[in-house]
Design a protein around this ligand. Structure first.
Ligand code: SAM
Length: 250
């Protein structure tokens, strides 16, 4: 992919992101707040904090939240929201996790399909390793991921999301099953012109995530079919919690 970097998605989606992805964060916030209450004391980090959809309501509960994101444009949207200027955010690659901070975190989380924005297996493994290195003993790493659905894509798919008298909004996706990549464009067509918003992902199977966790020294302690802890059913979006072992008692 020419000219594609960690910042590409955010820079080309920031102005439409909140409007095109109006996902209610209530259940995610409730689940994460519960984990924070029962885990070790310490700051919390969201990887790819974006426009603050989850981080802002969680920070409003009094959680000491930090963020990292590759896109200045996405973070500027968060900064413009109430409380958005109070969350410290590093601009950088989430595979590096928290490059400028000496903090150790009680919880690190990454939501929506965002972990898969790391475009190679090496980057995803590196992210797990860096998360593990930055977690406190007993700290947790929470990922929300979509279950890969090969029947949905095969080698390509076009979907129609909205049709109005003056616009149509589509997604067009190509699928590479060997590299486990989905290369997609949201396409808004109006009489004034065409607006493109790309999203390129490298998906991983739950078993592959578990192996990355194991390589990083983390243990899986929970997997559910959603933030309300529904049973895991290998479809839709699911939530996994990994834990760093507590320090051995002397
Ligand atoms: C789908 S949005 C999710 C934003 C927010 N977490 C939410 O749930 O609404 C993806 C975010 O990932 C960021 N991003 C993509 N690749 C990244 C990378 N390698 N490192 C850091 N941020 C990245 C984008 O800038 C964007 O803000």
């Amino acid at each position: 992919m020419e000219n594609h970097g960690p910042e590409t998605y955010g820079e080309l989606n920031a102005d439409v992101y909140d409007e095109w992805h109006p996902i209610d964060p209530t259940d995610a916030v409730r689940f994460l707040a519960g984990l924070i209450d029962e885990g070790p004391a310490g700051p919390v980090l969201e990887l790819a904090v974006g426009t603050g959809r989850v981080t802002l309501p969680l920070a409003a509960l009094g959680v000491d939240l930090h963020g990292i994101d590759a896109s200045e444009a996405m973070v500027a949207r968060m900064r413009a929201k109430p409380g958005g200027d109070r969350v410290p955010v590093t601009i950088g690659d989430m595979a590096d996790v928290a490059p400028d901070s000496a903090d150790r975190f009680a919880l690190v989380f990454v939501v929506f399909s965002t972990f898969f924005f790391l475009m190679t297996q090496d980057e995803q493994v590196r992210c797990f390793e860096n998360v593990a290195a930055r977690l406190l003993p007993g700290g947790r790493f929470v990922l929300e991921c979509p279950m890969p659905d090969l029947a949905r894509y095969r080698d390509q798919r076009v979907e129609t999301h909205q049709v109005g008298l003056e616009h149509v909004r589509l997604t067009a996706v190509r699928h590479d099953p060997v590299e486990q990549r989905l290369e997609g464009q949201h396409v808004l067509i109006t009489e004034k012109g065409i607006r493109l918003a790309p999203a390129f992902l490298r998906y991983a199977w739950p078993s592959e995530l578990d192996l990355m966790a194991r390589l990083a020294g983390l243990t899986r302690v929970g997997r559910w079919g959603g933030w309300r802890q529904e049973p895991f059913r290998a479809e839709g979006t699911y939530v996994t919690v990994y834990e760093k072992p507590a320090a051995p008692t002397p």
